[in-house]
Design a protein around this ligand. Structure first.
Ligand code: SF4
Ligand code: SF4
Length: 300
């Protein structure tokens, strides 16, 4: 793999596949956020939607004994026309987390999905992006009108017994306590008593739209043997995760728009070892915890 690095980057070796991500809708999304590191939008068709067959085949192929979570992502995964069947299929194996912007969720949809959860042994977990607790600041990033729709989605989920996780990028660099309190206050206004596990604050991945509208990585923003010293490999998503897109297997959700992140056509021909040569890996090193996976389990 050619990156121009003059040193051998550290590597992470996947020991067991615990988390499978399915990129259902390529880079197609109904929103067009200013910080989207995948540059998703309504007209981005650079990757096709994933079909049900590929999901079935992948799940047939994996060792289910280690499987802890299946993630459905995009773009916006709820735009997939087979989404209900996909959820019904995946939830037979383990918990399913849906990474969504929440704008397509209403009471009817939430009630329907809750019934799927009740009919199965595993949970459906929603991760919904809301980038600020104030309407103006969220809409500045996610688009006018998005705040109201996202809150509508969260309310529908809460009313139907779900316990969603809210994901935020703190683009205003507010101090963490103020930022968290703003969310907690907002969410508690509609009978949702959030706790720490309901808020996942992540740093930006400086690619795609973020790079265009804010900034990219610096020339020294790489993982090195020296700066990774205090990080354990199990703290990185790539330690126990792979993403399946329509065109193959990617090492992690961050690198699905980077050809260097593609490691195989199927899981069985994909290597376990990955060298952390890309700038994005520097974001994982910075937080020294899983940037993409849930690192907790919510109770029903
Ligand atoms: S950040 Fe999420 S909601 Fe926004 S454009 Fe990207 S995929 Fe869509
Ligand atoms: S971006 Fe993060 S999860 Fe992905 S390969 Fe690099 S270190 Fe691993």
């Amino acid at each position: 793999m050619l990156t121009g690095l003059s040193f051998q980057a550290p590597s992470v070796e996947m020991r067991k596949l615990n988390n499978i991500w399915f990129q259902l809708t390529g880079f197609t999304c109904n929103l067009k956020c200013r910080h989207c590191y995948l540059s998703c939008n309504p007209t981005n068709k650079t990757k096709n939607f994933l079909n049900m067959d590929k999901i079935r085949k992948t799940l047939d192929e994996v060792d289910k004994s280690g499987l802890e979570e299946i993630y459905l992502t995009g773009g916006e995964p709820l735009l997939h026309r087979d989404i209900n069947n996909i959820i019904r299929h995946c939830i037979k194996y383990t918990d399913v987390t849906i990474i969504t912007n929440g704008t397509l969720i209403n009471d009817k949809k939430a009630r329907f999905l809750r019934q799927i959860e009740i009919d199965n042994d595993y949970e459906i977990i929603f991760r919904i992006s809301l980038d600020h607790y104030e309407e103006r600041k969220n809409d500045e990033i996610r688009g006018k009108g998005s705040y109201k729709k996202i809150l509508g989605g969260i309310k529908s989920l809460v009313n139907n017994g779900f316990n969603p996780i809210i994901t935020a990028v703190n683009l205003w660099e507010e101090d963490e306590a103020t930022f968290k309190n703003g969310y907690f206050k907002l969410l508690s206004e509609f009978n949702f008593e959030p706790s720490e596990i309901n808020l996942k604050i992540i740093p930006p991945v400086k690619a795609g739209e973020y790079k265009k509208n804010y900034s990219g990585y610096g020339e020294n923003d790489f993982v090195t043997a020296e700066n990774i010293k205090n990080c354990a490999p199990e703290n990185f998503d790539c330690f126990n995760t792979r993403l399946i897109a329509e065109d193959g297997v990617y090492v992690c959700p961050a690198l699905v728009n980077d050809p260097r992140g593609k490691i195989g056509e199927t899981l069985s021909d994909s290597p376990n070892k990955f060298f952390l040569e890309l700038n994005t890996c520097f974001s994982c090193r910075g937080v020294n915890k899983k940037l993409f996976n849930n690192d907790w389990h919510l109770s029903k």
